[in-house]
Write a new protein. Structure first.
Length: 209
């Protein structure tokens, strides 16, 4: 069922509302940590929460295309906001790791990157995400042309390293990481069958005319 068409002003307002709502979990987690409301190891819990929200927004951003093509739900106007929210959470996740977790001790940080595969994967995801975030604007789309689409296909390996970073950081694959591994497989698997699916739909439409 298609969503009702919004005026440009209303659509812009809903995009900003998405940014505001998307940042609430991080701000709430920070407030809980600052006021001593997170039991156990608050730094690790807060760090984990930020990374999990980054993964969620990555998945939501990649779900926009199959939702539009399979269910007729057009959320393309919100894809950039979802991608940028993922970047903000990745950056916050890395900042907490860098400062509160490792206390800016760069020798231990470098050792982590070299010795711990999930840290290596996380750093690779951050590095790949930076150019996507900085080119998520109309000026870059016009400037880069077709290269913009090629650059933003980096989101596929980013999602792979992100979900592996998450799963490996937990040491044991329980229900939650298994769920995100499944979601990642479905989102990326759809991209593999998408050309054939769209071609089959095109032929079906032509045959029905």
């Amino acid at each position: 069922m298609p969503l009702p068409k919004l005026s440009p002003r209303t659509r812009e307002a809903t995009i900003w509302a998405l940014y505001a709502m998307g940042l609430i979990p991080g701000l709430w987690g920070f407030y809980q940590g600052a006021t001593g409301q997170i039991p156990g190891d608050p730094v690790r819990i807060f760090e984990h929460m930020l990374g999990l929200w980054a993964l969620r927004f990555l998945c939501l951003g990649l779900a926009v295309t199959p939702l539009r093509e399979l269910a007729g739900v057009n959320l393309i106007a919100y894809r950039r906001a979802l991608g940028l929210l993922a970047f903000y959470y990745v950056l916050a996740h890395f900042t907490v790791y860098l400062t509160l977790d490792r206390g800016l001790m760069f020798s231990t940080i470098l050792a982590d990157i070299v010795k711990r595969p999930y840290i290596t994967l996380g750093m690779a995801g951050l590095v790949m995400l930076i150019p996507l975030a900085f080119t998520s604007n109309r000026w870059s789309i016009r400037r880069l042309g077709s290269d913009w689409n090629r650059l933003h296909k980096l989101v596929y390996p980013i999602l792979i390293v992100a979900v592996l970073h998450y799963a490996l950081s937990l040491k044991v694959v329980t229900g939650e990481p298994a769920f995100y591994l499944l979601v990642t497989a479905l989102l990326l698997g759809y991209r593999l069958v998408r050309p054939r699916l769209l071609e089959a739909r095109r032929r079906l439409r032509q045959a029905s005319r």
